[in-house]
Every structure is written in structure tokens, then in C-alpha cells.
Design a protein around this ligand. Structure first.
Ligand code: SAH
Length: 359
């Protein structure tokens, strides 16, 4: 696994790597360098709140913005880690009742992904590497301080499977919720997984710990039964839907919270009335909201996007079955920023070459 582990950029051993540290950790390390606790706290706050790095011993991960692409108010941006390695993130506007809007930041936890889901663009790249906690927080830092946007919610729905890189993802979350740092409420953070059961159980432990009770879990179900789900998502061959549901039933839900069940609707694959009923029956014992995601064709896709009428029919039928349903928009489709469209075809090519070159 060493080739995919997060690569940390060259730096002074004694630098304070602020993007991977909570304020308490930062203060501890700063004190070892001779800074008083109040001064260290001030440095931490002004770095996160104003984007000001005033002390030469503070190290901010080097990940320059390489591209921003906009479609309406949706902004996709990439940051370079090194040649050929880029993170991808998306800022999505959420309309508020008051008429204004706030933004959700969709972050990547890996470059590429090892899960191999047939409908997803990122899967076509294979896994290039895990991102470090600092490189995950660095995506928030760029959205906030380089692009200048307030971020209300964070969703781990960009490139990668968070459960394949959970240590770094959890550390990033500890930093993102820090009151002296980004200060994102844990209830505004969602981790989305293909359904790695060991990861869901570990996350359940984390969510039970102080300060994280309200964190949200989203699970990509995408199939109404094991046969269809296994054909779309290789993970299901080892961790089937019955085992997945058991793990979900044990997941702690705080107050009125519900699990988010994602279902990518693909024409003639998983969108029939019978499949809708099957899905709803499987969901029955779970406190959940069903998020129907119209399929966004990946590059070289064998399937088309679903027709409006079949999306409406599927949603109406699920509601008729007593299921609470939300429909996810397709914002960003034109700039390959919508769900399942992140991934760099150039990197895909070189990754494939690298794999072929291996003895
Ligand atoms: N690996 C995680 C998070 C990344 S994908 C997971 O699988 O949940 C975020 C969501 O986008 C998932 O629900 C996934 O099923 C969905 N998705 C992937 N490819 C898609 C596509 N081509 N069109 C629409 N949604 C897609």
C-alpha cells in the first residue's frame, strides 16, 4: 500500500503543519517551538479565519489551484499536488428560503478510487493515492481563502472511497469542526460510502464520541437486490445487502437524523417499478431518506441519462410506498462536475500505462 499512501511534501521537520492539526494539537506543537499558548491560538485562528499565515514556522500544504470551471453557480476546481496528481472539488450552491444561497463543498478523499463501480468516472482511473488530512482540509482552505466562498456544508462525495482512507478522513473532520478553525458543525458534514461495512462500524464508534454526534452517513446503494448491485458495484460481492443493512441498523442516529441512501438511477438497469418496490422493501426497517440521483453519463458510458418521465415515475412510486425521497440535481454536468463525473482522463491513461509497465 505504500505507493498509494498520502505523500507529504518536503518541509522543515519542525514546521507546524497547520492543515492537519486541531487547535489543541497545534498549540502543543507550537509550545514545543517556544510559542506561548495564547500566541499559538491567535496564529491558528488568523490562519483559518483570515487565511493569514504570519509565522514562518507555519507550513500550509502546497497545493496550488490549477483550474476552475463554472456552470451556473456550480464551481469545480482542481489543485495540484505534484505533476499529474490533482485533487478535484466542487462548490455547489444551495438555495435558501430567504432567497440567498449558501454553498456545499464536495471534497475528494483520494485521487482516483479502487472500488471499480461501473457507472462512475473516478473508478476508471483506478486508485492513484490516498489524500492526507491536510490535503483534504486544503480543499476547504482553497474554497474559503483562495476562491473566497463561505462553506456551509461539507460532503465527502468527490473522488475516492472515504472508508479506504478513514484515518486521514477522520483527522480532517476533527480539524474541520474545530471551533478555532473552519468551525463546520458536525451535523453539516456527510461521509458517503460504497458500503464498506468495517468502515461503517468504525465510523459509528467515531460518531458516538463527543462532538461528532450529528455527523451524517450516506450510503450508495444503487441496486434493488444483490444481483444488480453486484453487477454495478464489486464491493457487494463480498459485503452483500443483508450484511450492509445490519450495519446500517446499528448506526447511531442523533435526534431526528436519518441515513441518506443514494440511488443512481440508470435506465433499464435499476429503474423499473418492480425494482423500486424491492428497494423500498429493503429500506423499510431503516430510518432514511432516499436520494435519487439521475445517472450522469461518464466518459464512454454504455448507458444514457434517464428521461425526466422515468425519474418522476420512480420517485412517485417510492413515495407511494411510504418512502421519504429527495431528488438530487444534475448541476455541473457540462463541466464534468456532477456526481460520479470527477476524474482526469489524462491521469487515467498514465495510470493504466503504469499498471501495464509493472512486471
Ligand atoms: N465512494 C463514495 C463517494 C463518492 S461518489 C460513494 O460511493 O458513496 C458520490 C455519489 O455519486 C455516490 O452515491 C455514487 O453512487 C454517485 N455516482 C457515481 N457515479 C455516478 C454517475 N455517473 N452519475 C450519478 N451519480 C453517480
Amino acid at each position: 500500500m505504500s505507493s498509494v499512501s498520502p505523500r507529504r511534501d518536503a518541509q522543515d521537520e519542525r514546521a507546524l503543519r497547520i492543515l492537519e492539526l486541531t487547535s489543541a494539537q497545534f498549540i502543543d506543537q507550537a509550545r514545543a517551538l517556544g510559542r506561548s499558548a495564547p500566541i499559538a491560538l491567535e496564529l491558528y485562528r488568523s490562519a483559518y479565519r483570515m487565511g493569514r499565515i504570519e509565522d514562518t514556522s507555519i507550513h500550509v500544504e502546497h497545493m496550488p489551484l490549477t483550474r476552475t470551471q463554472e456552470e451556473g453557480d456550480t464551481i469545480k476546481f482542481t489543485q495540484q499536488l505534484q505533476a499529474g496528481e490533482e485533487t478535484e472539488s466542487v462548490l455547489i450552491p444551495m438555495r435558501k428560503r430567504s432567497g440567498g444561497h449558501s454553498r456545499t463543498l464536495c471534497v475528494s478523499s483520494q485521487i482516483g478510487c479502487a472500488m471499480g463501480c461501473g457507472f462512475c468516472e473516478t473508478a476508471q482511473m483506478g486508485l492513484i493515492r490516498n489524500l492526507s488530512a491536510a490535503q483534504i482540509v486544503g480543499q476547504w482552505f482553497a474554497a474559503r481563502h483562495t476562491l473566497g466562498h463561505e462553506v456551509k456544508n461539507i460532503v465527502f462525495m468527490g473522488m475516492g472511497e472515504p472508508m479506504d482512507n478513514l484515518d486521514e478522513v477522520l483527522q480532517a473532520i476533527r480539524v474541520l469542526v474545530d471551533h478555532n478553525g473552519p468551525s463546520i458543525p458536525s451535523g453539516n458534514i456527510t461521509i458517503s460510502t460504497v458500503g464498506r461495512i468495517d468502515g461503517i462500524r468504525r465510523l459509528a464508534e467515531f460518531v458516538r464520541s463527543d462532538g461528532f454526534h450529528r455527523m451524517n452517513l450516506a450510503v450508495s446503494v444503487n441496486g434493488p437486490d444483490d444481483e444488480v448491485r453486484s453487477s454495478l458495484m464489486p464491493i457487494n460481492r463480498g459485503m452483500n445487502m443483508e450484511a450492509l443493512r445490519e450495519a446500517l441498523m446499528d448506526f447511531p442516529l442523533h435526534g431526528g437524523a436519518a441515513l441518506l441512501i443514494e440511488y443512481v438511477l440508470i435506465p433499464d438497469v435499476n429503474d423499473s417499478d418492480r425494482q423500486c418496490d424491492q428497494l423500498c422493501a429493503w429500506l423499510k426497517p431503516l430510518r432514511c431518506s432516499l436520494n435519487v440521483i439521475p445517472y450522469n453519463p461518464r466518459r464512454d458510458s454504455p448507458w444514457e441519462a434517464p428521461e425526466e418521465s422515468s425519474i418522476d415515475r420512480f420517485i412517485a412510486r417510492a413515495m407511494g410506498n411510504g418512502q421519504f425521497v429527495k431528488r438530487r440535481g444534475t448541476k455541473g454536468r457540462d463541466v464534468m462536475a456532477a456526481c460520479g463525473q470527477l476524474g482526469n482522463p489524462e491521469i487515467r491513461k498514465s495510470a493504466r500505462t503504469r499498471r501495464l509497465e509493472k512486471p
